[in-house]
Design a protein around this ligand. Structure first.
Ligand SMILES: Cc1ncc(COP(=O)(O)O)c(C=O)c1O
Length: 404
C-alpha cells in the first residue's frame, strides 16, 4: 500500500505553518490525534497509579495500553517495555544496573557510528568498574560499520555490545542481527539504539536479536519520552537502584517515580497513527495493531527512500556540495556540507527560506571525529520522515543551489 502523503500531512497541524520540516531526525511533529489523546487524558481526570478510584484506574489503563502499543511497534513483549524521561536517561540507568557486576577483565564493545547516548553511558560504566572498552570502527569512505570486525572484538569476556540500528546523521543501518548473534554466542548482552531507526523501518526486536532495544517516542510522532524494550525474564534478573517502597515488579522496577500518564496516552495514539498510515481509508482493516504497523512502516520506508533518491541525486549533482555516508542500507537521512559556507551558515540560509534543517555533530560525536569534520562545525542534516513530500525536497535543493 502506498502512502497518501497529502492525507498524512493533513494530520499534522504544525505542518500548516509553511515551513519544510526536514528536522525530523531531531524530533518529529505530532499529529492532532496525539495532541488530543494527551489533552483528553488530562481533561477526563487522571490520578496517580495503583489507586482504588476511577481516575487512578484510568492511569493504570493508559500505562498498560501504552506498553502494548510499544510492543506492537517493536515486536517486543509489553511486560518488558520500560518508560523513562529520555533514551539517554534510560541508557544511563541500564548501564549503571548492568555494570554492577562488571569487574576488571570484563569487556564492553561500543561503536564509533553511534549517537553518544549509546556510547558514553557504557564508556563511563566500564571505566568505573574497571572493564576494558573496545571500539568498533566505521569506514570513513562508505560510512559502513562492518559486522565482520565484531568476530574479533567480542570475546568470552565481553559482557555487553552497544550498537545502533541506524546512524542519526548518515543513516547507516549496520547488520545488527549479525552483530547480536556474535554477542549472544559469546554470552554477551546487546543494547541496540533504535532511536533513529524506529521511525524509518519496520522493527522486530527478536529478528534484530536485541536484548535491549531503545527508542524515543518523539522521533515517531509521539511525545518526549524514552523507552527501552527487553525480555521481561532478562529484566527480572536485574536489580536497578530504586526506592524501598516502590514496585519491585518488572518493568516498574526500572521506572523511577511517577510516569507521565498523559504522555503515555500520546504514545499509544502515536503508534495507532503510524499503524493507520497505510490502512484503507475507510478504516475497515481488522488486522492486528502489530500487522498494521508493519504494513505502514514498510510503506513509510518505501516513500522515504523514493524521496531520498531524489534528494541525494540533487545534492550530489552540485559540485560545491559534499555528502557523507554511502552505506548500502541506510535511512533517508542526508548529511552534507557546502563549500564556502559553515554548516551553521547553511542552516541559517535554509531557515531564511523556511526550511528546518540541523547543523553540527548532532551528538554523533565519535563519527564526526572519524569523518574529520567536527572541528569545522560538522555538517548539515536533512532528514526525511513519512510526512515529507517532493515539495520539501525541491525546496531544499533550490535553497542549496542558491549557495552552490
Ligand atoms: C540515534 C539516537 N540515539 C539516541 C538519542 C537520544 O535520545 P533522547 O533524546 O531520548 O535521549 C538520539 C536523539 O537524537 C538519537 O538520534
Amino acid at each position: 500500500m502506498k502512502l497518501d502523503v497529502a492525507a498524512v500531512r493533513a494530520c499534522y497541524p504544525a505542518l500548516a505553518d509553511g515551513y519544510a520540516y526536514l528536522d525530523g531526525a531531531a524530533g518529529t511533529q505530532v499529529p492532532a490525534a496525539v495532541i488530543e489523546a494527551m489533552s483528553e487524558a488530562q481533561a477526563r481526570g487522571l490520578g496517580n497509579a495503583g489507586g482504588a478510584f476511577p481516575a487512578s484506574k484510568r492511569a493504570d489503563e493508559i500505562t498498560a495500553d501504552s506498553r502494548a502499543a510499544v510492543a506492537a511497534l517493536t515486536g517486543g513483549d509489553p511486560g518488558g517495555v520500560i518508560f523513562g524521561p529520555s533514551m539517554t536517561a534510560l541508557t544511563y540507568r541500564l548501564a549503571a544496573t548492568l555494570a554492577k557486576d562488571w569487574a576488571p577483565g570484563d569487556e564492553v564493545v561500543v561503536s564509533r557510528l553511534d549517537h553518544d547516548a549509546n556510547v558514553r553511558p557504557w564508556v563511563q560504566a566500564a571505566d568505573r568498574s574497571g572493564a576494558t572498552l573496545r571500539w568498533a570502527d566505521v569506514d570513513p569512505e562508505t560510512g559502513e560499520l562492518p559486522a565482520g570486525q565484531y568476530g574479533e572484538l567480542i570475546t568470552d569476556r565481553t559482557r555487553l555490545v552497544a550498537v545502533t540500528a541506524a546512524s542519526n546523521v548518515i543513516g547507516t543501518r549496520p547488520d545488527v542481527p549479525a552483530i547480536t548473534a556474535i554477542a549472544r554466542a559469546a554470552g554477551a548482552l546487546s543494547y541496540v539504539d533504535g532511536v533513529h531507526a524506529t521511525p524509518h523501518v519496520p522493527v522486530d526486536v527478536r529478528a534484530l536479536g536485541a536484548d535491549f532495544y531503545a527508542t524515543s517516542a518523539y522521533k515517531w510522532s509521539g511525545p518526549h519520552i524514552g523507552i527501552v524494550v527487553a525480555d521481561p525474564a532478562l529484566l527480572d534478573g536485574l536489580r536497578p537502584d530504586k526506592l524501598v517502597p516502590s514496585s519491585d515488579d518488572v518493568p516498574e522496577r526500572f521506572e523511577l517515580g511517577t510516569l507521565p500518564f498523559a504522555s503515555l496516552a500520546g504514545v499509544t495514539a502515536a503508534v495507532q497513527h503510524l499503524a493507520a498510515l497505510a490502512a484503507p481509508p475507510d478504516g475497515s482493516s481488522d488486522a492486528s495493531l502489530r500487522d498494521r504497523v508493519l504494513e505502514s512502516m514498510t510503506a513509510v520506508q518505501q516513500h522515504e527512500q523514493e524521496l531520498f533518491e531524489v534528494l541525494l541525486a540533487g545534492l550530489d549533482s552540485m559540485q560545491q556540495v559534499r555528502t557523507y555516508g554511502r552505506a548500502v542500507s541506510r535511512t533517508a537521512t542526508a548529511y552534507f556540507t557546502v563549500d564556502g559556507y559553515s554548516p551553521q551558515q547553511v542552516a541559517e540560509h535554509m531557515a531564511s527560506r523556511k526550511i528546518n534543517v540541523w547543523h553540527g555533530h548532532n551528538y554523533a560525536w565519535e563519527l564526526t571525529g572519524v569523518l574529520g569534520i567536527r572541528e569545522a562545525g560538522s555538517a548539515v542534516r536533512a532528514g526525511l520522515v513519512h510526512y515529507n513530500d517532493g515539495a520539501d525536497v525541491d525546496r531544499l535543493l533550490t535553497a542549496v543551489a542558491e549557495l552552490a
